[in-house]
Design a protein around this ligand. Structure first.
Ligand code: ADP
Length: 402
C-alpha cells in the first residue's frame, strides 16, 4: 500500500505535468507561463496541505494509537494485570480474567476484586498507590496468597498487578515448621538428660543399680540426639547437592552386599533375604545410596514382624532403569498416611517410631536421594500384610545420553 505522503507527491507531479501539457497546447508564451504557474502552485499546495511526513503525529492521534498497545502489553504478562480508571476496570489481561472472571471489564473495581483490603487501597484517593504491596488471601482458591501492587500512571489510570505468592508462602511455612519440629525433637531428649543429671546430682546415684539404670537412659537419649543431628546434617547436605548430578559409576549389587554385611550384627540380620540379579551400573553417590539402603532395610527390620523375611531385590527394568525393592511382612501402613510419609518428622505412630529409635527423617532422606539420582520412589503397603518400598534409578548409559 502507498503511504498518504507518497500519494500526495504523485498527485502533485501529475498536476504539474498536466499544467505543462495544457500550456504547450495553448501555444502563446503568456498563456503557457500562466497555466504552468497555476499548476506549480496547485502542486505545492497539495504537498503542503498534506503536512510533513517526518513530523510527529498530533497528540490525539497518539492517544488513539496507545489504547490497543496498552491492552497488548498487559496481555503479554503472565500474571493478572488490570487497568482502572477512577473506579472502573477498563482493561484486564487473560490471567486477570481467568482469576476474577471475564465479566470484570467495565465493572466497578469493588465487584471485580472482592476483597475489602484491596478495595480500600484502590478507592482511597489519599493513598500513595505506588507504596508497598498488600497481601490478599481468598482470591481464587482459599489456599492462594496474592501480593497486590498498584501504580498510578501520569494519565491518572491505575495499573493493578497481582503476583501469586502461594509457592513462597508455603516454602516459608515449611521452613518455619521444620525449625519448630527439629527444635522440639531435640529438646525432648535434652530435657530428659537434664532431668537425670539433676536427679543424680541430688544423690540418687549413690545406689549402684539406680545409677546404672539412669546412666543407660541418659546414654540412649544422647544417642537419640546424635542420630537426629546426623540425619539433619545428611538432609541438608543432600539438599545442598540437589542440582549436582552424581558422577560415580557404581554397581548397586555390590553396594547392597556391603550394606547387608554392615547390618550383620543387628538383631534381625538372620531375616535378611537378598534376590540380586546382574544389572548395568548406575551413576550414583555411594554415601547417599548407602544411607538410602540403610534407611529402607532398617525400616523393614523395625516395622516388620520378628522372624519374618525382609527381602531386598535388585533387577533391571526395561533397557534404561534398574529397580530395587525392600519388602517386609509387618503391620503395613494405612493408605491415608502413604502420601505424607516422606515429609520430615511425619510418623504413623510417633510413640512406636521413637521407641524403635526412629528420627522421623528416614524416608525424607530417601526421597531426596532418589530425586538427586533422577529416580522414582514408590511405597506400596497393605495393612496386616506388609510394605514394599521400590526405588527405580536410571542406568549409567541412559544418564550419559540424556
Ligand atoms: P522413622 O524414623 O520414624 O522410622 P521414617 O521417615 O523412616 O521415620 O518413616 C516415617 C514413618 O513411616 C515411620 O514412623 C513409620 O510410621 C512409617 N513406616 C516407614 N517404613 C515402614 C514400614 N516398612 N512398615 C510400616 N511403617 C513404616
Amino acid at each position: 500500500m502507498l503511504s498518504a505522503a507518497r500519494t500526495r507527491l504523485i498527485l502533485a507531479i501529475g498536476v504539474a505535468a498536466l499544467a505543462a501539457l495544457v500550456g504547450l497546447l495553448l501555444g502563446t508564451e503568456l498563456q503557457v507561463g500562466l497555466v504552468m504557474l497555476v499548476g506549480a502552485i496547485a502542486a505545492v499546495l497539495i504537498v503542503a496541505i498534506g503536512g510533513d511526513p517526518a513530523a510527529p503525529p498530533p497528540a490525539d492521534a497518539l492517544a488513539t494509537e496507545q489504547e490497543p498497545a496498552l491492552g497488548e502489553v498487559i496481555e503479554a504478562i503472565a500474571e493478572p494485570v488490570l487497568v482502572i480508571a477512577t473506579t472502573r476496570v477498563i482493561a484486564a489481561n487473560a490471567a486477570a480474567r481467568a482469576l476474577l472472571g471475564a465479566h470484570i471489564l467495565g465493572e466497578d473495581v469493588r465487584l471485580a476484586i472482592r476483597h475489602p483490603a484491596a478495595a480500600e487501597r484502590l478507592l482511597d484517593p489519599a493513598e500513595d498507590h505506588s507504596a508497598a504491596p498488600i497481601h490478599l488471601v481468598g482470591l481464587g482458591t482459599r489456599e492462594q496468597r496474592w501480593e497486590m501492587r498498584v501504580r498510578t500512571l501520569e494519565t491518572s489510570e491505575r495499573v493493578v498487578h497481582l503476583v501469586d505468592r502461594t509457592g513462597s508462602y508455603q516454602a516459608d511455612r515449611m521452613r518455619v515448621d521444620f525449625v519448630a519440629n527439629a527444635s522440639h525433637e531435640l529438646r525432648t531428649p535434652l530435657a530428659s538428660l537434664l532431668g537425670y543429671v539433676e536427679t543424680l546430682a541430688d544423690g540418687a546415684g549413690e545406689e549402684p543399680e539406680i545409677r546404672a539404670r539412669f546412666l543407660k537412659i541418659m546414654h540412649d537419649e544422647a544417642r537419640r540426639m546424635d542420630r537426629l543431628i546426623s540425619d539433619l546434617i545428611s538432609l541438608s547436605r543432600i539438599e545442598a547437592e540437589k542440582y549436582r548430578t552424581p558422577a560415580e559409576s557404581m554397581s548397586l549389587g555390590e553396594l547392597i552386599a556391603q550394606v547387608c554385611s554392615e547390618l550383620a550384627g543387628s538383631p534381625r540380620a538372620a531375616d535378611l533375604v537378598t534376590e540380586i540379579e546382574a544389572v548395568p551400573p548406575v551413576r550414583g553417590d555411594r554415601t547417599q545410596l548407602s544411607q538410602l539402603l540403610h534407611n529402607l532395610i532398617g525400616n523393614a527390620m523395625k516395622y516388620g514382624r520378628a522372624g519374618t523375611p525382609v527381602t531386598v531385590s535388585l533387577r533391571s527394568e526395561g533397557d534404561t532403569m534398574v529397580r530395587f525393592a525392600v519388602t517386609d511382612q509387618g503391620e503395613g501402613i494405612p493408605a491415608e498416611h502413604i502420601p505424607r510419609l516422606t515429609e520430615r518428622f511425619y510418623r504413623v505412630d510417633s510413640g512406636r517410631s521413637r521407641s524403635l529409635g526412629g528420627t522421623g527423617l528416614g524416608l525424607a532422606i530417601v526421597k531426596h536421594v532418589v530425586e538427586r539420582h533422577r529416580g522414582r520412589l514408590d511405597i506400596a503397603s497393605q495393612v496386616g500384610i506388609g510394605t514394599t518400598v521400590t526405588v527405580r534409578l536410571p542406568i549409567e548409559q541412559s544418564v550419559i545420553k540424556s
